[in-house]
Design a protein around this ligand. Sequence first.
Ligand SMILES: *[C@@H]1O[C@H](CO)[C@@H](O)[C@H](O)[C@H]1NC(C)=O
Length: 370
Amino acid sequence: MAPHFALLILSSLILTTLFPSAFAGVGMREDPFIRQVVDRSGDDNENSLNADHHFTIFKRRFGKSYATKEEHDYRLSVFKDNLRRARSHQKLDPSAVHGVTQFSDLTPHEFRRQFLGLNRRLRLPIDANKAPILPTNDTPSDFDWRDHGAVTPVKNQGSCGSCWSFSTTGALEGANFLATGKLVSLSEQQLVDCDHECDPEKQGSCDSGCNGGLMNSAFEYTLKAGGLMREEDYPYSGSDRGTCKFDKKKVAAKVANFSVVSLDEDQIAANLVKNGPLAVAINAVFMQTYIGGVSCPYICSKRLDHGVLLVGYGSAGYAPIRMKEKPYWIIKNSWGENWGEKGYYKICRGPNICGVDSMVSTVAAASTSH
Ligand SMILES: *[C@@H]1O[C@H](CO)[C@@H](O)[C@H](O)[C@H]1NC(C)=O
């Protein structure tokens, strides 16, 4: 652990030294709020005055209020730390825009606990089916399942570590659309309440509501349980204190089989195009401050902590620092439409950035006959 940490600090020092002011004019949107947040000019004194001002705007914009003066002052100090982190993320990730988000009053630990939820103790089962290798020479250069009607609107997991359930429903919604021609929004709450699927090889590694889970285990649960209900028949509450209310008569989508896709990005693209949106895991550290653009950090941990949905890819997102067009993945997140680019995240393709290629699964739906 320690050598990695040292390396990270060393690398960020090098980057800061190499690219001191390269980002001053980088395509910021015409939002003075964001511009100020990532503006590197001005001394620290001025920045700290700005922070109070930004905090006022932040509270208004996201409807934040704090019960006590102590809580308020503590959140202000966390907010200031997050302004610094946003600036450092901006330096490390110049092709994206980083700044104030709805998570700017949370410590990284609170953020991970409340808004992620990939159970890190879980590994892919050794006996997981491997997806067959597909031909890759005829995959289109750009592809987006949103253009083909396979993706439901962006949902919101609230402050519950249930990302894994949204990744799972997203993949099955797409697969069910391919199998039946109908797009049906599926129930995350069923997974949160009813899915306690465990990895038999690892003790204590079970899907557990707001405390995390894994998409592959959730596919396994769904296969065994007989399917998932519709969102409207089993709506999301964002709490895992309820009992399981699964009604087998109301199943709206069934899993036929699921498998793990190889680490190869061309295989991932081919599987996406052939089978529908894919459940993927990612390291979400840059997502706490992400506002838009193609995220392509110079350094990003591959430790997976968030489950999301890969819905497409593009061949050319402009990266101003690298002075060239970068291909990227299009990722549906579960933090509402006000986060990121209308709820979506773009991350560059190529070197398994933030571990995005390391845990990819595809699911096939059985056509429900009614
Ligand atoms: C998975 O299920 C689909 C739909 O029933 C089927 O077409 C496909 O061959 C299955 N794949 C595997 C690997 O069993």
